[in-house]
Design a protein around this ligand. Structure first.
Ligand SMILES: [Zn+2]
Length: 147
C-alpha cells in the first residue's frame, strides 16, 4: 500500500487509542511507515519499470522489519510506556495492510516464497485506482473522527 495510507492509518490508530499529543501521534506514524524506508534504494528502478514487486523489499520489510518494529516498540516503551499500544499497532498494521494488498515474502530472508492472497488487483492502473480510493476513504474516516 502507499505510504500516505500507512501514515493516515497511523494517525487514525493514534486517535482511536486516545493519543492526543501530535508529537506522540507522529511516533505512531513513524512506526506505520518505517518498513517502507527500504524501498528508497529501489525507487529509481521501480519508477523506470513502473513496478514495485516483492523485489523492491529488502530484509527490513518482511520478517526482520517485524522484529525491528517489535524491538523498536520495546525501546520506545522504556521511555514512553503509554505509547507501546500505539507503536505496536502502527507497526503491525503496516505488515497486515501490505499482506492484504500486495504479494509478500513473510519469512524472507529465510524463505523467498512469495505469498499472494489475490485480494487486490495486480494491474498497475487498477492498483493505483484502488490505492487512491482506499486512501481517500481512510482520510474521510480520519477527518470524521478527528472533528
Ligand atoms: Zn510496506
Amino acid at each position: 500500500m502507499n505510504i500516505i495510507f500507512h501514515a493516515l492509518l497511523g494517525l487514525l490508530l493514534a486517535r482511536l487509542l486516545g493519543i492526543g499529543s501530535f508529537p506522540d501521534a507522529l511516533i505512531g506514524v513513524l512506526f506505520s511507515i518505517f518498513p517502507d524506508f527500504d524501498h528508497i534504494p529501489y525507487l529509481e528502478k521501480a519508477l523506470r519499470t513502473r513496478r514495485f514487486g516483492v523485489e523492491s523489499r529488502s530484509l527490513l520489510h518482511e520478517l526482520l522489519g517485524l522484529i525491528f518494529v517489535l524491538f523498536g516498540s520495546l525501546a520506545v516503551n522504556r521511555v514512553y510506556p503509554h505509547l507501546l499500544p500505539l507503536t505496536l499497532s502502527c507497526g503491525l498494521s503496516h505488515f497486515v495492510v501490505d499482506f492484504l494488498t500486495r504479494p509478500c515474502r513473510p519469512l524472507y530472508p529465510f524463505s523467498a516464497k512469495k505469498v499472494d492472497l489475490n485480494l487486490y488487483p495486480r494491474g498497475l492502473k487498477e492498483m493505483f485506482v484502488w490505492d487512491s480510493v482506499l486512501t481517500a476513504v481512510l482520510a474521510l474516516i480520519y477527518v470524521t473522527i478527528a472533528v
